[in-house]
Design a protein around this ligand. Structure first.
Ligand SMILES: Cc1cc2nc3c(=O)[nH]c(=O)nc-3n(C[C@H](O)[C@H](O)[C@H](O)COP(=O)(O)O)c2cc1C
Length: 170
């Protein structure tokens, strides 16, 4: 493989020019281990059947739990949930410790659900595709939850949490 003609920091900076939403991914394994992770690599993949994906760093402390879990929930966070995003991105905390700091309820198969989140997708973990230093995790969605809200979604842009500007047309 040829060496790239740029530094890794430059690659990150360029990718950071793409504004994304912010999600909180949760899961529980059959033996009760919990995962809770902030993720902005989320995207929808297929409408029928409904599938979404996110990319997970091989080095993530959540890697084993998330790749073993049968079910995964993805919460699309609101601007007023920045504290959740920061907590779920904190190194040195286990999934259980991250969840200890927020309000959550057990969903089907014990999967942690964050009430108050305007949009939630949950389903079975599907394929895992290994690529570079990340794994692409596909989720077959079987449950969706939508609570209309006027609060804008939380965004991530140029390495910072931000809020999208919402304009309305008359
Ligand atoms: C806005 C934001 C988005 C993130 N997106 C991802 C992601 O898509 N995939 C990933 O593996 N880690 C992502 N992370 C990093 C994890 O949330 C977490 O901070 C990182 O895995 C360090 O935790 P650990 O030391 O417990 O592994 C993101 C962090 C932030 C703040």
């Amino acid at each position: 493989m040829t060496e790239p003609l740029f530094e890794s920091t430059q690659f990150r900076r360029v990718c950071g020019q793409f504004p994304t939403g912010v999600t909180a991914v949760t899961a529980m394994t059959a033996d009760g281990r919990l995962a809770a992770l902030t993720v902005n690599s989320f995207t929808s993949v297929s409408l029928d059947p409904a599938k979404v994906l996110f990319c997970l760093a091989n080095s993530s402390s959540s890697f084993q739990t998330l790749t073993e879990a049968k079910r995964i929930a993805i919460h699309i966070l609101n601007q007023d949930q920045e504290d959740v995003a920061r907590r779920f991105a904190t190194s040195g905390l286990t999934g259980a410790e991250r969840l200890d700091g927020v309000r959550w309820i057990p969903g089907p198969d014990g999967i942690p659900l964050l009430p108050g989140t305007p949009a939630i997708l949950a389903g079975h973990r599907d394929e895992i595709i290994t690529s570079g230093d990340h794994a692409i995790i596909l989720v077959s969605v079987d449950h969706v939850h939508l609570k209309p809200t006027d609060t804008p979604a939380l965004s991530f842009y140029q390495g910072r949490f931000t809020t999208p500007v919402v304009t309305t047309t008359e």
